[in-house]
Design a protein around this ligand. Structure first.
Ligand code: AHR
Length: 513
């Protein structure tokens, strides 16, 4: 009896510290391409995102730069392979008048950035600067137009200024006078931002009408169609999606946006670094909500657009916490821990798995704001855990999604529980299969059996991001505390590939036939 009790307790202890999970990848059933634009970013005129972050100006600075943009940031974003960059907002977009940001910098008017701290915006970073930055980092620009406080004419003129061929009217003449004869041919255009809130506090019926009016005059040249994105729902406002899909004719819209942030409570946010396990759990529960949101909004879109012509564009997502102590509360500067790596891993797996409808997404934001991939402090720069997850996952860009079946145990906290494991898989153009796996459980190792159906795998390699504590983060003193490392502990058996995911870790596996 004593022996039995002992064995039983050992078994109990073992199951407390190790969980068993299974992933089946259907390597022969892929049909959908994961649009690389799912890995897009967002840089707003907010806090130290542009000024004091990306852009240090051409004049009086010791920081090496190209036309005012930091060289270290250019290099880091190139390595990340960011496919598109959304600009100039956010809420700022609906206050932005693009003509203020062109021509000689010394003659550009200043304005107050009313959304973000009332600081002076001198417009020294404008359309040319942004579009040249995109060229430099190899990303497609995604311009967010001003609907809330602009005019139809103003947005129509911006499209012409940016896209029309040389010699086709006053806008292209103005562009040439400012040193750019050739058009940039920008494909992605947002028609306002958060029209339900900072973009004008509109009702969906009203915005749908306004959208049609603006979209009508956003002309494209015959050979280069533009991709128009309607301002989408706030999180679970399903009615917004319903009304827009119902009222905007399909041929007038290419994408419908959705914004969802992983925030515990808008009136009582968590600290970015000094958080409890309960805060961690709730934040990740909010991140997992993306699965439900994408499913529900997609279902509504399917009703009106069964052929999935219109993309769901999650053009703002990420964790939102208290700002770092001592920083301007309107600048939204927050540190970035292993918790953020978990949010990034879960969200990207969700987007990949919904690739038939989700064809673009933008992490908020790129530098020094919210869930940033890069933080700067004067001449210093660091890459956050979120950066590393996006870099590890970029193997999925434009690869074929492979359907997966996942049996995951739960991560429990108090009376509540959420799925512990998240995964997605793809096959790239060279025939390599990649499987990204996230274990959000901060307390348990998870033993995984990975079965790759339809392929005989002979070699497996991987890279893992992991740290001792979920609060761990990179600092300017220790910028490489958390970086991905090679992971080799795989066992290829007749029942599949066996490996163990440590607590709170992100692994990207490469499986070769
Ligand atoms: O990303 C910060 C802000 O969050 C954006 O300006 C706005 O669109 C959203 O509410």
């Amino acid at each position: 009896m004593k022996k039995f009790t002992f064995l039983f307790s050992m078994l109990f202890i073992f199951t407390m510290i190790v969980a068993q999970d299974k992933i089946v990848v259907n390597a022969d059933l892929g049909t959908t391409i994961i649009n690389k634009n799912i890995y897009g970013h967002f840089a707003e005129h907010l806090g130290k995102s542009i000024y004091g972050g990306i852009y240090v100006g051409e004049g009086n600075t010791k920081i090496p730069n190209t036309a005012g943009v930091r060289n270290d940031i250019i290099d880091a974003l190139r390595t990340l392979k960011i496919p598109n960059l959304r600009w100039p907002g956010g809420c700022f977009a609906d206050t932005y008048h693009w003509r203020d940001g062109i021509g000689p910098k010394s003659e550009r008017p200043s304005m107050l950035n009313v959304w973000w701290g009332g600081v002076t915006e001198n417009n020294s970073f404008g359309t040319h600067d942004f579009l040249n930055l995109c060229k430099e980092i190899g990303a497609e620009p995604y311009l967010a137009g001003n609907v809330g406080s602009g005019t139809v004419q103003e947005l129509a003129d911006w499209v012409k200024y940016v896209n029309f061929p040389e010699g086709s009217g006053p806008m292209t003449q103005l562009r040439a006078q400012n040193g750019q004869k050739e058009p940039w041919n920008v494909t992605y255009w947002g028609v306002g931002n958060e029209a339900w809130g900072c973009g004008g506090n509109m009702k969906p019926e009203y915005y749908a009408n306004i959208y049609k009016q603006y979209a009508t005059f956003m002309a494209s040249t015959n050979d280069k169609p533009i991709f128009k994105i309607a301002s989408g729902a706030n999180s679970d406002d399903l009615n917004w999606t319903e009304v827009l899909m119902r009222d905007i004719p399909k041929e007038m819209v290419d994408g419908l946006a959705l914004h969802h942030y992983s925030v515990i409570d808008w009136s009582k946010k968590s600290s970015a670094t000094n958080f409890s396990e309960a805060d961690y759990f709730t934040t990740l529960k909010r991140a997992w909500k993306m699965e439900e949101l994408v499913t529900k909004h997609s279902t509504i879109m399917d009703k009106y657009d069964p052929q999935k012509k219109i993309a769901l564009v999650v053009d703002e997502w990420g964790g939102w916490y208290e700002v770092e102590p001592g920083t301007n509360p309107s600048f939204l500067y927050q540190q970035n821990t292993m918790r953020d790596a978990m949010i990034a891993g879960i969200s990207l797996n969700i987007f990949n798995n919904h690739a038939t409808r989700v064809r673009m997404a933008n992490l908020a934001q790129t530098v020094n704001v919210l869930q940033a991939v890069i933080l700067t402090n004067e001449e210093k720069m660091l890459l956050t855990p979120t950066y590393h997850v996006l870099e590890m996952f970029n193997v999925h860009q434009d690869a074929t999604l492979l359907p997966t079946v996942l049996k995951s145990s739960d991560y429990e906290n108090g009376q509540d529980k959420i799925q512990a494991i998240s995964t997605s898989a793809s096959k790239d153009k060279n025939g390599k299969t990649h499987i990204s796996v996230v274990n959000i459980d901060p307390n348990k190792n998870h033993d995984i059996i990975l079965e790759v159906r339809g392929e005989k795998i002979t070699k497996v390699t991987g890279r893992i991001l992991v740290s001792a504590k979920i609060q761990d983060h990179n600092t300017f003193e220790s910028p490489k505390k958390i970086i991905p490392v090679i992971f080799k502990d795989f066992q290829i058996t007749n029942n599949g590939i066996k490996f163990t995911m440590p607590p709170a870790s992100v692994l990207v596996i490469e499986a070769i036939q």
